[in-house]
Design a protein around this ligand. Sequence first.
Ligand SMILES: CC(=O)SCCNC(=O)CCNC(=O)[C@H](O)C(C)(C)COP(=O)(O)OP(=O)(O)OC[C@H]1O[C@@H](n2cnc3c(N)ncnc32)[C@H](O)[C@@H]1OP(=O)(O)O
Ligand SMILES: O=C([O-])CC(=O)C(=O)O
Length: 372
Amino acid sequence: MTVTRGLEGVVATTSSISSIIDDTLTYVGYDIDDLAVNASFEEVIYLLWHRKLPTQSELEELKNQLAENANLPKEVLDHFKMYPIDQVHPMAALRSAVSLLGLYDEEADAMDEKANFNKAIRLQAKMPAIVTAFARVRKGLEPIAPRKDLGFAANFLYMLTGKEPAPIEVEAFDKALVLHADHELNASTFTARVCVATLSDVYSGITAAIGALKGPLHGGANEAVMKMLSEIGTLENVDSYIREKLDKKEKIMGFGHRVYRKGDPRAKHLREMSKKLTELTGEPHWYDMSTQIEAIVTGEKNLPPNVDFYSASVYHSLGIDHDLFTPIFAVSRVSGWLAHILEQYENNRLIRPRADYTGPGMQKYVPIGLRD
Ligand SMILES: CC(=O)SCCNC(=O)CCNC(=O)[C@H](O)C(C)(C)COP(=O)(O)OP(=O)(O)OC[C@H]1O[C@@H](n2cnc3c(N)ncnc32)[C@H](O)[C@@H]1OP(=O)(O)O
Ligand SMILES: O=C([O-])CC(=O)C(=O)O
């Protein structure tokens, strides 16, 4: 048997959702550079789910559907109050809450196309409410209900803080959502597809995907980047901190990628936002430290930054708690997971690879009393 560790380079499915070809990322054939500058997150959701950009009326319909479904069942809100709140990471809370949501959805186990699409709308709509409600409840604050007059990005920030966000904050957050929405067969999307390929339900697929995104080698890296920046503290400390880590063969979070070789096209948009926002908040050192880290890691290891590197200082500048960075990734990526889940159902086959067995050869059972 030939073993391909980490399935590197293995093509496991066809997909018409997003592509990474020669370091260029497209959603349904639209270059991410084009979408990052021109598209709203709601347009991207529509694009990923329908493989076409929406007309004005289609976009309005989607926005209405998202607004109408944005509230959480009381049971989910009450559930947060039962968590050992000081110990619970918001990604664990999100994973549990999505699983719980399935219990209150009468269509949870229905497998027809319409029911699955309804669930996609409900999940996409409710993810911001879960993340923001948990973030408030753990601080002893009441959750804030979404406002129908605000778009997806603005509503998230509003529900988090209770204040209507400034246009520049909405623009930055919306762009971050666009940039994180889908990424071919990354680990969490693959997890979602493996799960639903058993013909399990949408809630199970999304719960599994959240679990996969949580790890620091994947979505969890954005929080780890901010931890690193905070530990470094000042521009003067960057050089010794990073070189010591590299000498010890430790990984620098937010660098490297399984697929990109020359660089992640999303990083430059986040770098630009980081510069703008850190200047605005009067904390340009986060950006300056980040560019210095990039210079060292690129120079020493030829590893460019990935999407998680500059998103850290962007979210920090928006005043967001560091442990909410990965849940925010999930709020965006759920659009891609849902598109992939629906695509998997359309042309399903069980995903079941093989393992090359390396354990002992055939053994004879020894009764417990006769064992050494
Ligand atoms: C949204 C996302 O998921 S983007 C990725 C987010 N994750 C991170 O930023 C975590 C840091 N990066 C990494 O751990 C890796 O680059 C991954 C997980 C992204 C890709 O992993 P893989 O393709 O399996 O590469 P792998 O981990 O085998 O690394 C290959 C080599 O590059 C080195 N390397 C890879 N990334 C880094 C890094 N961030 N810092 C230092 N060295 C690195 C490895 O040590 C290894 O070196 P070696 O061959 O001398 O042993
Ligand atoms: O594609 C990957 O392996 C990881 C990644 O960048 C993403 O999921 O956005």
